[in-house]
Design a protein around this ligand. Sequence first.
Ligand SMILES: Cc1ncc(COP(=O)(O)O)c(C=O)c1O
Length: 435
Amino acid sequence: MTKQAEKNPAENLQLLEEVAGLVGTPYWLVDAATLRGRIADIKRVAEAADVKVRFAVKSCPATMVLAEMHRNGIWIDAVSGNEVLRAMHAGYPGGHNPPKIMFTADVFRDNAMHVVMENNVLPNIGSPGQVQDLAQAGYADEIAVRINPGFGHGHVNACDTGGPSSKHGVWMSQAAEVGKAAAQAGMRITMLHAHIGSGPRMEELLANLERLAKEFALLAPHFPSVNAVSLGGGIPHTYREDLPAVDIAPLAGLFVEARRILQEAMGREIRLEIEPGRHFVAPAATLVGRVSDVKKTEKNEKGEGRTFVMVDAGFVDLARPAMYGSYHRISVPGRAGEATESVVVAGPLCESGDVFTRDAGELLTPRDLPMPQRGDLLCLHDGGAYGYAMASNYNSIGRAPQVWLEEDGSKRLMSRRETVEEILSLEEGPEGSAL
Ligand SMILES: Cc1ncc(COP(=O)(O)O)c(C=O)c1O
């Protein structure tokens, strides 16, 4: 990535205040240059090894982001019927030739089956019974199968995507049976897939992916129609400022080796795929909130006193710290370089866990920050992946707006602040309505 693209506009107080004046706080700032830098980085590694790249929509489903992916020739991994429709809304075609959109899920919910059938989207099934679901719906075409290879590493235990305690995929030793059931129902398995999680370290991912290629090679004799293999997503992103950025260059060699292993086992050319989410988008979005107060508790028999920096952004906007104890860099752009103090940063929700500085054990982990004052802006960085995507309107607080910062400095509204009318529009009024 160029130095220019790495330069974070979320440190530019004047710009941040200007956007706050336009849309209020809190808001999300999406930096086009950073996003494009990451797209270019991933494409470079993939193209070096002739790997097809999908974007895991779940990490950041905004239409402007999907449109940017589409312009760059990135395909789509969607995990719900509505994510398929979102991709199509952003310009992606349905269809199998080529399968630019793939639908990956262990359960067909809501409109998922209808959307898959209607748009002839490649289904990637993660549960044996889904062959029957598809057959009952009259589907008799190509499918992909998501395998649980029995190993892998999430960034936290709750995100572990491979192993006996993971709900995802078809257990390796049952894959051949699924293949037979699919053939009996007139379906052809043309792709094998696994996503084994975003371990925090690149070396771990490389070792896991090589092992995965070898496991897939063992399955090869059972799947004579397979012409594509996906190694899933999981390219890490470094959230901590004190750790080096992830270097993805070694992935190219791994992909070349994985293809060699797979093609040797299958005796034919295959399309090798990956589907990262996090690494594409994590650094591209910053949650910008305003400090409403700084208050203190005092030491007593239950523990130490703390300094709480109260902001108007909460886990309705960025759930990862409250959900997994995830670390997000925090800055106070107007006070860069000032002396720091140990503070806890907390949000507006009626929940004690609405705290951005905590660890996976649910404990407060105060952070050394320049002491903000009431009215300062405060930034939570690297929220592009699983940030707005996981936002909710808990406490009936409307979702914050997303603003796109173009490379020439111009700004575009990606989504506006959710209103109470929009929240109430799903409700049928004080009496409900007859069913
Ligand atoms: C099936 C699948 N593919 C890809 C991804 C993207 O993972 P990451 O954002 O870690 O790259 C996920 C995320 O959980 C996933 O479930």
